[in-house]
Design a protein around this ligand. Structure first.
Ligand SMILES: [Zn+2]
Ligand SMILES: [Zn+2]
Ligand SMILES: [Zn+2]
Ligand SMILES: [Zn+2]
Length: 744
């Protein structure tokens, strides 16, 4: 490793700040994360900068972010705090080992969410410090721990002048100094530079003590590192002077954890292992997991208000309307009764007057006034319903209502009720294709506008014919371009060692702590930064053919255990889906065990696999890499969106893809036996038909970390590995192909 470049040798304690693209900063340089600048050898750690621009957010956007952090953190806390409930020999973990103390109530015993703990920032400035701070010579293996970045910088310039190795001449010509890229990390979120000087647990005093390494034979304090080629865990160090190997295992302790548990270490209590840190490369994925989320933003009044905190009472009604399961309208006397029972006497009086006016105008045959008063009545009823003073008898069937009551257990991004409401809002604000800023908000591929092809040209006719035929062969009922797909991405915290709330270490379940980003000064207060990125990029919208999906789900090979729902709701796929839905938690743990196939699960896997297939096609023909594409699924609406991700100038990549390569792109998708192939062949298929060679994408981009995925849902010849049963399923694209041929 070469010397860190000048720019990283800053001594300012706050660290210099960097300017990168906002998307890059928000996701790749989140506070606490180690990274290297491109082309530079030195490692740095990102930290919040007080100079980042405050994010000005719409009320609904801010409410959504708060709700999602609250939801995530609460679920995390519940999982972490109960991690030892089946282990009588281990004490319950401390609440502050489960989540950041800012996510606890004032007694620090219960979960508690305070929106005012956060500050919303644009990720346009991020600070950083050169870290880790242990130096090593890659030639002679000499290792030297320094206390901080400033000391490291000074020491580095001294070392480059003279080698301190006692067995060498002092000539620095052969030495090559750099930072040791191994660190110690703990599931509490703490980390340390790897150093021969360690914190240990002192059995006699029952306290943690810091032990400075000294050679037991010659008393030297100089060491060389012995790298084991095979395993990091075998790394050790020996005396640079006499060569004696240090006999202690090189295991560092988390100071905070050890000092909290030290007094209770013993039989039936805590174990030293709870404080043991893991030796890892700072660039290893387990060294840092950012906590982030993405959602579609909608303008006010788009109908997503029912999803906001405190509006839950509206949701049943909204879902009823969207799914088409509304109960009978309220009678006039129901309306009066409900208004009175909710102490809206003024409204009850007004309602009585409206009814009287309608009656008297009807008696005198005044049709115009009748019409006017009826309109007024409808308006009032809508307002009162909106205000929550009127409620129609729940028309949702019991099995769907039950799912609705379970809603809090779902992670927001998988919650089918939320996605149903979001899809309706998308349909209202985008999919109607209204003109916004000179461009249609949605352009169907069977009706391309002048951005996609020259109007009234023969090319346009051909393009339409090509699209229509291909979509039929692909089982797609509707597809088009959304010119501005509005998304909000945010990151708010991190964990280390584990990406989920629990981890098994040293024979015991350990709580992994959800840490918020370190506080930053905002005005007079210090708050936890939340980095918010709003983007508005092109997206492709796809909706499957409902009849084909039904046929695909009903195939006997699939064996859906709740297939009867399809017959129960012959004209209402969404209702069947809601009745079939089973909780998908944030970590999708339920996916890790095989379970029975259900229509919800299989439809979700189909849409998800299809989205990945489209993403790979886009990558192939647009020059966009997978890292700059994202997916969004609407299971109950049989739809998904693949969007252009990132803040770089939108060059119209998706429109250009359609304009220039729609034929090749569609041909690629139609040629699924080849396009969906995998070099692992049978091996991949017997393992469920999803591997990094075929349909998987980098985990950080995927909505589900590559779960609910199998190309056998599309091309058949196998069976998804997350569902029980043996029979190979027939692929959706095989159904679509047969169906299209039969129609010819
Ligand atoms: Zn050296
Ligand atoms: Zn020695
Ligand atoms: Zn594969
Ligand atoms: Zn995915």
């Amino acid at each position: 490793m070469a010397k860190p470049p000048e720019t990283t040798r800053e001594t300012d304690a706050k660290g210099p700040s960097m300017s990168r693209s906002q998307a890059q900063i928000a996701m790749s340089y989140a506070p606490g994360q180690h990274f290297t600048f491109e082309g530079a050898a030195g490692a740095c750690q990102a930290m919040p900068s007080p100079n980042a621009t405050p994010a000005r957010l719409a009320k609904t956007t801010k409410a959504q972010i708060e709700m999602r952090i609250d939801e995530t953190a609460r679920a995390w806390f519940d999982k972490a705090i109960t991690c030892r409930e089946n282990d009588n020999s281990a004490p319950r973990p401390f609440p502050d080992f489960c989540v950041d103390v800012s996510l606890l109530d004032t007694t620090r015993s219960q979960y508690g969410f305070r929106p005012q703990a956060f500050a919303y920032l644009r990720p346009d400035r991020m600070g950083y410090l050169p870290r880790p701070t242990t130096l090593i010579c890659s030639e002679c293996g000499f290792i030297e721990a320094t206390e901080n970045p400033k000391q490291m910088g000074q020491r580095l310039s001294e070392l480059s002048r003279a080698c301190p190795h006692p067995k060498r001449s002092g000539d620095s010509a052969d030495c090559s100094w750099g930072q040791l890229d191994v660190i110690f990390a703990h599931w509490s979120g703490s980390w340390k530079s790897a150093s021969p000087n360690m914190t240990i647990y002192d059995q006699t005093s029952r306290r943690p003590i810091k032990r400075y390494a000294v050679c037991g034979k010659c008393g030297s304090r100089q060491f060389v590192l012995n790298k084991d080629q095979v395993a990091l865990s075998n790394w050790s160090f020996s005396c640079a002077n006499c060569g004696t190997k240090n006999p202690d295992p090189w295991v560092e302790k988390c100071d905070e954890t050890l000092s909290r548990i030290a007094a209770t270490i013993g039989p039936g209590g805590n174990i030293v292992g709870e404080a043991s840190m893991e030796k890892i490369n700072y660039a290893a994925s387990s060294a840092y997991f950012v906590k982030s989320d993405t959602f579609i933003t909608f303008p006010e009044g788009s109908g997503i208000e029912a999803l906001e905190p405190g509006q839950a009472y509206l949701l049943a009604g909204v879902v009823e309307r969207l799914v088409g399961l509304e109960g009978p309208p309220l009678s006039d006397s129901d309306v009066s009764d409900q208004l009175v029972s909710r102490e809206r006497s003024a409204e009850a009086k007004e309602f009585g007057e409206i009814l009287e006016a309608i009656k008297s105008a009807g008696d005198s045959n005044n049709a115009i006034v009748v019409e006017l008063m009826k309109k007024m009545k409808a308006e009032r009823l809508a307002n009162w319903q909106q205000a929550g003073w009127l409620q129609r008898n729940a028309a949702l069937p019991a099995n769907i209502l039950f799912k609705l009551q379970q809603r809090h257990e779902w992670a927001g991004k998988y919650d089918p009720f939320r996605l149903l409401v979001e899809h309706a809002a998308l349909a209202r604000t985008k999919l109607r294709g209204d003109f916004l800023g000179g461009r249609a908000s949605y352009v169907d591929f069977t009706n391309p506008d002048e951005w996609l092809v020259q109007p009234e040209s023969p090319q346009r006719t051909t393009m339409i014919a090509t699209a229509q035929e291909a979509l039929r062969y692909l089982g797609i009922a509707r597809a088009g371009l959304i010119s501005k797909f509005d998304l909000c991405k945010f990151s708010f915290g991190y964990s280390r060692v584990g990406n989920t709330p629990r981890i098994l270490k040293h024979g015991r379940m350990m709580p992994v702590r959800l840490n918020l980003f370190p506080k930053v000064q905002v005005g007079h207060e210090s708050r936890h930064p939340v980095y918010v990125l709003e983007q508005s990029n092109e997206a492709f919208y796809f909706r499957m053919d409902e009849a084909l999906v039904r046929a695909w789900l009903a195939q006997p090979e699939m064996g859906c255990t709740d297939g009867a729902l399809l017959d129960e709701y012959p004209d209402n796929f969404a209702a069947a889906m809601l009745a079939s839905a089973e909780v998908m938690s944030g970590y999708l743990e339920e996916h890790d065990r095989k379970s029975n196939p259900t229509i919800f699960k299989m439809t979700y896997a189909l849409l998800h696999s299809y989205a990945h297939y489209i993403m790979q096609g886009i990558q192939q023909f647009s020059g966009l890499d997978l890292g700059s594409i994202g997916e969004y699924l609407f299971p109950c609406d049989l739809a998904f969106v693949v969007y252009r991700n990132g803040m770089t100038l939108d060059l119209g990549d998706l429109a250009a893809l359609w304009r220039n390569h729609h034929e090749a792109f569609l041909a690629y998708l139609r040629n699924f036996p080849t396009s969906l192939g995998c070099n692992l062949g049978n091996l991949c298929m017997t393992k469920g038909g999803a591997c990094p060679d075929c349909i998987m994408i980098p985990e950080v981009i995927c909505l589900t970390a590559n779960k609910y995925l199998s190309r056998s849902t599309l091309s058949g010849r196998g069976r998804p590995d997350f569902i029980a049963g043996e029979e190979r399923v027939k692929g959706y694209l095989q159904f679509a192909l047969e169906n299209a041929r039969a129609q010819q």
